[in-house]
Design a protein around this ligand. Structure first.
Ligand SMILES: C[S@@+](CC[C@H](N)C(=O)[O-])C[C@H]1O[C@@H](n2cnc3c(N)ncnc32)[C@H](O)[C@@H]1O
Length: 280
């Protein structure tokens, strides 16, 4: 049995993806670009590189990566087949020919050892059942001398102004639901530790932020969270799992809208980042 077959026979996802792919969730995912979400990786890219984007979702970052490696190739994979249709449409709309998409679980990637120059995952490891196993699998399919690049937010480190009990309730609820689903919402701070446990030795760990403060940014960020809180898979899991009543969700959603209306409102999302080099 090959290493790849051995990995596939053992590992599979045990967590439930907290957000789902409701329109209010995709409003955030489709805003993402390589520039606003993978800047720490861009200096290492070369035009000929072969890249795997794990947990690619609707594929806007994946498409940007493909445009940055015109002589190379990008494969986007996600465990959710339905979102890959949107990713394919995004790539086709941009006229990209060096990109393809497939269904895959990061714990058991269907690729031979040493296949890709770069294996990238943005906002994925916080949702998986075995992030250390996932990193081992990402390392396996990376070529010697290649890069494993991972970025995840850290919910407990998110901060905002002005203070709001309803927003505190949102953070507490989100972290409880994400953990009940088998994920780790405070992943950003743990990425370096997970990488070392996965056997990676050349690990550069950093951080970066998104800030939402202008009227348009506040309206967009507060609106999508207000809607997610009522209509996304996270809302269903919050009530079905007994973490919140419908009334509590309405109060949290309202708190987001109120924050969005504050002229002096400010919100910062902290992300941990790791750029790891597989030993040559
Ligand atoms: C927060 S979204 C991020 C999407 C994209 N990387 C971005 O930043 O816009 C997380 C994605 O990871 C996918 N996902 C969750 N668990 C996964 C797993 N075990 N293997 C592959 N993809 C997974 C979800 O279906 C979802 O599309």
């Amino acid at each position: 049995m090959s290493q790849a077959q051995s990995a596939q026979s053992k590992a599979q996802e045990t967590a439930v993806y907290t957000h789902g792919h409701h329109e209010s969730v995709l409003r955030s995912h489709t805003w993402r670009t390589a520039a606003n979400s993978a800047a720490y990786l861009l200096g290492s890219l070369k035009p000929h590189m072969k890249i795997l984007d794990v947990g690619c979702g609707p594929g806007t970052i994946t498409a940007d990566l493909a445009a940055l490696v015109p002589e190379g190739h990008v494969t986007g994979v996600d465990q959710a087949p339905e979102i890959l249709e949107q990713a394919r449409a995004t790539a086709a709309g941009r006229g990209l020919a060096n990109i393809e998409f497939a269904v895959a679980d990061v714990h058991a990637l269907d690729f031979p050892d040493d296949t890709f120059c770069v294996v990238h995952a943005h906002q994925v490891l916080q949702h998986v059942g075995d992030p250390v196993g996932a990193l081992r699998e990402m390392r396996r399919v990376t070529k010697p001398g290649g890069f494993i690049a991972v970025r995840d937010s850290d919910y407990a480190a998110m901060t905002w102004y002005p203070a709001s009990q309803g927003m505190d309730d949102w953070l507490d609820l989100y972290r409880r639901v994400a953990r009940a689903n088998g994920g780790e919402p405070d992943a950003g701070r743990r990425l370096k530790s997970w990488a070392l446990r996965a056997g990676l030795t050349d690990v550069t760990a950093g951080s970066s932020t998104w800030t939402f403060a202008t009227p348009d940014e506040r309206a967009w960020w507060s609106g999508l969270w207000a809607d997610r809180t009522l209509a996304s898979a996270y809302a269903e899991r919050a009530t079905e799992g007994g973490h919140a009543s419908a009334e509590q969700l309405r109060a949290v959603s309202q708190a987001w809208r109120e924050w969005g209306r504050q002229e002096d409102g400010w919100f910062s999302v902290l992300h941990g980042e790791i750029l790891c080099r597989k030993e040559a």
